[in-house]
Ligand binder design. Structure first.
Ligand SMILES: Nc1ncnc2c1ncn2[C@@H]1O[C@H](COP(=O)(O)OP(=O)(O)OP(=O)(O)O)[C@@H](O)[C@H]1O
Ligand SMILES: [Mg+2]
Length: 370
């Protein structure tokens, strides 16, 4: 297999690296056995769930993360309070009083529990724990901020189940309540260098993941053409171009279309807009928001830009320098206006300033050994 074959094959559905079946089947082939004791993992999960249950009451009264900025309306309400009230209210049926049901708990979609990754004597991330809840019909944007080399790519590649970061050295990574055993169709990755197949046209690149899933040629090319338009490329002018004929921004649109066409529940983006000029970057941010609202996935999004994290984010994870640990989790208001407009807003700038201050304070307190 040529190196040109190796890289992009992992992009639409990481499992494709080891075979044509991008998804569940390939997960078996691609996954090196994780050195995880299933009994220990189960015990860790139970323990984690106990901790969460114990923490839920006080959490409702006082949120753990500072709420920076003014929360705006979400694209869709998360958990309808009415349903919870109805469920928890005592009901009388034929004279028998039914016990109130416990209020519905949000289900975690990704959980890290004390995850450490070491290479020999070097520890890349240490005891990383966080929980991201599933929000059906709404999704969530989870920007990851942190200095270069702190382990951001390591974290999202562990979620993707991609070697050599996967498997972790210790701790538990759960996706949808299951221990990650390798790549899967529920997760799609957009890589830092947005690779494509050089010998495939734009349309064929976008259709690649569907081809791996055995979708017929006519259907996959039709669907790819729809996605080509959705990411703002021209079906007439761009469909038959090769990647070498595209600008960086256009290549990135192809990479995003190639991942989103598969409608993964979790999208993992490693600095997807890092190489773009500011206006193209702002347009891509708005495009991402638009597509995210359409599909409602949970999106993990690595960035070095606090502005980008605040604009795109719901739940920001801030990492320390190496070995990476979580310094802080911050909830921010969702994007309400186009990127260019929102980033001029004084409230937005205040939020950015607040997060920059949190990072500076935490870093300086770490340096002084607090
Ligand atoms: N296969 C590997 N072998 C040894 N060390 C590795 C390997 N992969 C990553 N590392 C190291 O782990 C640390 C974390 O790497 P990672 O790529 O996760 O950082 P990052 O936060 O994504 O950095 P950047 O912002 O520069 O992309 C780095 O010091 C890196 O050199
Ligand atoms: Mg990285």
């Amino acid at each position: 297999m040529s190196s040109a074959d190796d890289k992009p094959k992992a992009a639409p559905a990481p499992a494709a690296k080891d075979g044509p079946a991008a998804g569940d089947g390939a997960a078996k082939a691609a996954a090196p056995a994780a050195p995880i004791d299933p009994a220990a993992a189960e015990a860790a999960l139970k323990e984690f769930e106990r901790e969460l249950a114990a923490a839920d009451e006080p959490r409702a009264a006082a949120p753990p993360s500072p709420k920076v900025g003014t929360p705006g309306p979400k694209p869709a309400p998360a958990a309808p309070a009415k349903a919870t009230d109805e469920r928890s209210a005592a009901r009388v049926t034929g004279g028998a009083v039914l016990k109130p049901l416990a209020p519905a708990q949000p289900t975690p979609i990704v959980v890290f529990d004390k995850v450490t990754k070491s290479y020999g004597n070097f520890t890349a991330i240490k005891d990383v724990s966080f929980r991201i809840d599933d929000h059906p019909g709404r999704g969530e944007m989870v920007p990851i901020l942190g200095p270069s080399g702190c382990g951001k790519s390591t974290v999202i590649r562990l979620i993707a189940g991609l070697a050599p970061q996967f498997p972790q050295t210790s701790g538990t990574v759960l996706v949808g309540g299951q221990i990650v055993k390798g790549p899967g169709a529920d997760r799609g990755m957009v890589f830092q260098d947005y690779t494509s197949f050089d010998h495939r046209t734009v349309l064929e690149n976008i259709a690649f993941g569907l081809e791996c899933r055995g979708v017929g040629k006519r259907e996959r090319l039709d669907r790819a053409m729809v996605w080509l338009g959705k990411v703002g490329l021209s079906p007439k002018k761009d469909a038959d171009k090769y990647p070498s004929e595209l600008s960086g921004g256009m290549r990135q649109r192809v990479a995003i279309a190639r991942t989103l066409i598969l409608e993964p529940k979790i999208i993992l983006m490693d600095e997807p807009f890092g190489a773009l000029d500011p206006p193209t970057r702002a347009r891509m941010q708005d495009l991402l928001i638009e597509l995210w609202r359409e599909q409602s996935p949970t999106v993990f999004f690595i960035t070095h830009s606090v502005e980008e994290a605040v604009y795109l984010g719901d739940h920001v994870l801030i990492f320390s320098s190496s070995p990476g640990t979580i310094l802080k989790e911050v909830k921010v208001a969702p994007p309400e206006k186009p990127a260019k407009e929102m980033q001029r807003d004084p409230a937005f700038q205040e939020t950015v300033f607040g997060i920059k201050e949190i990072i500076e304070n935490l870093e300086s307190s770490q340096r002084s050994g607090d």
